[in-house]
Design a protein around this ligand. Sequence first.
Ligand SMILES: CC(C)(COP(=O)(O)OP(=O)(O)OC[C@H]1O[C@@H](n2cnc3c(N)ncnc32)[C@H](O)[C@@H]1OP(=O)(O)O)[C@@H](O)C(=O)NCCC(=O)NCCS
Length: 212
Amino acid sequence: MSTQPWTTPEDAVDFGSSLFTGARVRLRPLADDDLGTLTRWWNDERFMGLQGEVVRPQPDATRAEALRLWSRNDTTGSVGFSVVDAGSGELVGHVTLWGVDALARCGTLALLVGGPFVGRGYGTDAVRVLLRYAFAELGLHRVQLGVWSFNTRAVAAYERAGFVREGRRREVVFHDGHWYDELLLSVVEDEWWATDDEETPDEDGPDGHPAP
Ligand SMILES: CC(C)(COP(=O)(O)OP(=O)(O)OC[C@H]1O[C@@H](n2cnc3c(N)ncnc32)[C@H](O)[C@@H]1OP(=O)(O)O)[C@@H](O)C(=O)NCCC(=O)NCCS
């Protein structure tokens, strides 16, 4: 990602105009109306084994409170956004950086894409947009995450967005009678700044919608 220092107010406006928009998604503040859909997706038993240490549905109010907390964006400890389709504005998920340590300049990424929207490129793009915000605006040095070893789809999305495997915690999660490892992935700022600009295209596709 190559950028130049701002010399005019228009430079700041240009930056702000594209900061939360990727090829497929836009990140926007959490709205109260999002909470019903997001908690339903989060409590979907089909996906819970991919996300949590134990499949353990929680009351909608508990899930909603966590989403609200992560998405307040008024402390240095976390940032969170609803993820919407860049063209239609339809809600497709939620992304957060939590546990941000201001001294180590490190945060942990968590992403939920709603069941109907899984596997359509939204997750990869949401991660790309959040990484740009993390490194270019929040000034983080490192973004990290953990993913269960069997979640090959998530690993593919995170690696495509720039994450690198850095380690493995052995047999940390138990599902359906078996133990599984947690893969540890991260991106550090120098790696991110060295990535190619074409990884975050802004250009529209031939039909006027964001290019896939
Ligand atoms: C993980 C998650 C965030 C990824 O977002 P997504 O929008 O589904 O991902 P994308 O469509 O952007 O990318 C998925 C990638 O996985 C690949 N993929 C799909 N199914 C796969 C599978 N079974 N095995 C390996 N790769 C797979 C796709 O080809 C794609 O890679 P590509 O872009 O290189 O072709 C989303 O699927 C999700 O929320 N799933 C449910 C909960 C979950 O798994 N959370 C992760 C907790 S760490």
